[in-house]
Each structure stands twice: as structure tokens, then as C-alpha cells.
Write a protein that binds this ligand. Structure first.
Ligand code: GDD
Length: 329
């Protein structure tokens, strides 16, 4: 019989790639969506026909309990989060409730129903925050620097407590930045791919950016969801750091994107202080040795190939009129 997987945050970038992977592997995939957002499932394109949607408020413990009881899923992937980090300063409590509250309510539901569900918690390298050593691994201390990271850390520890105290099969992937052409345009990779494509087509004149010296460990989202799945197939639940182990600056990102369209970025990119972050940290880079060893982690898409893929996709979208050139965040 097909395994059932529940996914929160199914309409996001990772939700798309994970659903696609699970469907390919014969799963019955169910997305949990708040009633007022159930239409957003359309974002998943052709996958929609194969996915079932359960409408429930993620803030509703009884509703979540009923769904877990009724569907008895073999796997739950908790991806839901307001994932654009700067926004969390505007709504720290809302961020905490969605991120930590959802994890806590789902874990409680699994415990109460008493089934052998395997639980994946989407943790983040942002939890490492103000790092004192690089690269980071599963033993690196956490020093979160913003409300989003603090909420994710709380959710992470709640998951660990359920594993240690109640014996649930629960684990976290501590994922570094992972990107694709499905990233919303306020995130830096997509902002740059869309900006470079729009400038190439003569649809815009400049691209306003924040800190060009900021560095990140960027990989391809499609590679990362494979690791989420593999974490739940291991004999024992354990947490894993997932990243490429390579740092690139925003300047390198901009250079790569403009190179793809044969332009010199210096002529088009301007720094606007509005996009600078005061709490920025520069050395968030993964040591994925444990994932290499236990999960066979080997990213398939390089930084350059990822950026090229994104720029080409945005050129195509702009040329076909599927998106407006000023959708850059
Ligand atoms: N968004 C944005 N816009 N970022 C800029 C800009 C700009 O104009 N200019 C420079 N940056 C820098 C940011 O300061 C940051 O250092 C880096 O680009 C990446 O920013 P984002 O793409 O917004 O992602 P993020 O690193 O804040 O967070 C993402 O990765 C985390 C994992 O490490 C998100 O996906 C989080 O949800 C995730 O947890």
C-alpha cells in the first residue's frame, strides 16, 4: 500500500520539490493548508491533480489531531514558515506561533495518536547565527540573531525533546540557503536572476541591492529535498547539517547572473541602504560530513549551474509575459 506523507508549507519552493519527489516514489501526498489559503495549491501547477489538500488552521491543535488520527501518515514534513528573515522583525510573535507552535502541535498530535509516524522538522542554518567558528556542523552551538532564527531554534529543541522524552522518530535537517527558479523574488538569488534577465531584455535599467559582501552557502532546492526524505528512511532519527560547504558572496552571485546574459554588472547594480541588514553575519557555511557519510549527500547542481538555470528561466518567463519585470523584491 502507498505510504502517506503530510506536508505543511506545501505551496512553498521546498513543498513543490518534495511533493514531486514523493509522488515519483509512489506516496500519497497530502498538503495541510489554512482554509483561506486553500486556493494557493494552484502554485504547484500540474502536481495539483495528484495531491490531496486538507484544510486546517495550523494554529488549531484539535484540527491537526483529527487529521493525524484520520490519515495515520507514515511521514510528516513540517516545512511551514514565514521564511523571509527580515519580516520576522515586524511580527516576532506571529513568527513564533507559526514556526514553533505548528511543530509543537503536530508533534503532540503524533504522540497522542500513538502511531509510528516519522517526523521531519525544517531547521535552518540561521539558528547558528553569530557563529564563532566555520564551517558549522551538528555540534556547533546555536546563537540565533533574529526572531525567525529564535523561533526555528525553539521548534528544533521541541522536536529533540519529543525524540528524547517520548521516543518519537523525529529529526531536523539544518539546511543552508537552497534556491531555485521557484524562489519568490524577495530572496536574493531570485531577485538577481530576475533583475539580470529584465535588464538584458531592456525592461529595467538598474538593480538595487543590499550588502554585496555578504556571503552564503547556496545550493539547489531539488537536491535538498532528497535529503529530507533520506533522513526519514534511516534506522535511527538523527539531525543533519545540509549545505554545499562553499561560500559565495552576493557580488559573486551578481557577477555570475550578469555573465549569463553577457552584461557587466558594475553598470547596472546600485547599493540601496534599504536592503542592508544590520544584524548580518558572514560565515554561515556547512560542514556536511555527517550527511555525506550517512545519507550519501552529494549536491548535483553547482552554484554556477544553479544561477544559470534561474536566469534562463526568468528570461523565458519575461519573454513570454508570464511575469512583470518589476516584481523584484
Ligand atoms: N533578500 C535580499 N535582498 N538579500 C540581500 C540583498 C537584497 O537586495 N542584498 C544582499 N543580500 C544578502 C542578505 O543580506 C543575506 O546575507 C543574503 O543576501 C541572502 O539573503 P536571502 O536570500 O534573503 O536569504 P536568507 O539568508 O536571509 O534566508 C534564507 O536562507 C535561510 C537558510 O540559511 C531563507 O530561505 C531562510 O528561510 C532560511 O532559513
Amino acid at each position: 500500500m502507498a505510504k502517506t506523507a503530510l506536508i505543511t508549507g506545501i505551496t512553498g519552493q521546498d513543498g513543490y520539490y518534495l511533493s514531486r519527489l514523493l509522488l515519483e516514489r509512489g506516496y500519497s501526498v497530502i498538503g495541510l493548508l489554512p482554509p483561506q489559503r486553500s486556493d494557493s495549491i494552484a502554485k504547484l501547477g500540474a502536481l495539483v491533480n495528484e495531491i490531496q489538500v486538507c484544510t486546517v488552521e495550523l494554529t488549531d491543535p484539535v484540527g491537526l489531531l483529527k487529521i493525524v488520527e484520520q490519515l495515520q501518515p507514515q511521514e510528516i514534513y513540517n516545512l511551514a514558515a514565514p521564511s523571509f528573515v527580515p519580516d520576522s522583525w515586524n511580527d516576532p510573535l506571529g513568527t513564533l506561533d507559526l514556526v514553533t507552535g505548528t511543530a509543537t502541535r503536530l508533534l503532540a498530535a503524533v504522540r497522542q495518536v500513538g502511531i509510528d509516524t516519522r517526523f521531519y522538522q525544517a531547521s535552518t542554518s540561521e539558528m547558528f547565527g553569530q557563529v564563532r567558528s566555520s564551517p558549522q556542523d551538528e555540534e556547533t552551538p546555536f546563537r540565533p540573531m533574529n526572531p525567525y532564527a529564535a523561533a526555528k531554534l525553539h521548534a528544533h529543541w521541541t522536536m529533540v525533546h519529543h525524540r528524547q522524552h517520548y521516543g518519537l522518530f523525529a529529526c531536523s535537517g539544518i539546511l543552508y540557503n537552497h534556491e531555485s527558479s521557484r524562489r519568490p523574488p524577495n530572496f536574493v538569488t531570485r531577485k538577481v536572476s530576475l533583475g539580470a534577465a529584465a535588464i538584458k531584455l531592456g525592461l529595467r535599467e538598474t538593480l538595487e541591492m543590499g550588502n554585496l559582501e555578504a556571503k552564503r552557502d547556496w545550493g539547489y532546492a531539488g537536491d535538498y529535498v532528497e535529503m529530507m526524505w533520506r533522513m526519514l528512511q534511516t534506522p535511527e532519527p538523527e539531525d543533519y547539517v545540509i549545505g554545499t560547504g562553499q561560500l559565495h558572496s552576493v557580488k559573486e552571485l551578481v557577477t555570475a547572473a550578469f555573465d549569463c546574459v553577457g552584461l557587466d554588472w558594475n553598470q547596472y547594480v546600485v547599493v540601496n541602504p534599504k536592503f542592508l541588514r544590520t544584524d548580518e553575519h558572514f560565515q554561515l557555511v556547512a560542514n556536511p560530513t555527517k550527511a555525506n557519510r550517512n545519507l550519501g549527500w552529494k549536491p548535483q547542481v553547482s552554484f554556477e549551474a544553479l544561477i544559470e538555470k534561474m536566469v534562463m528561466k526568468d528570461l523565458e518567463r519575461l519573454q513570454s509575459g508570464k511575469i512583470a519585470p518589476d516584481t523584484v523584491g
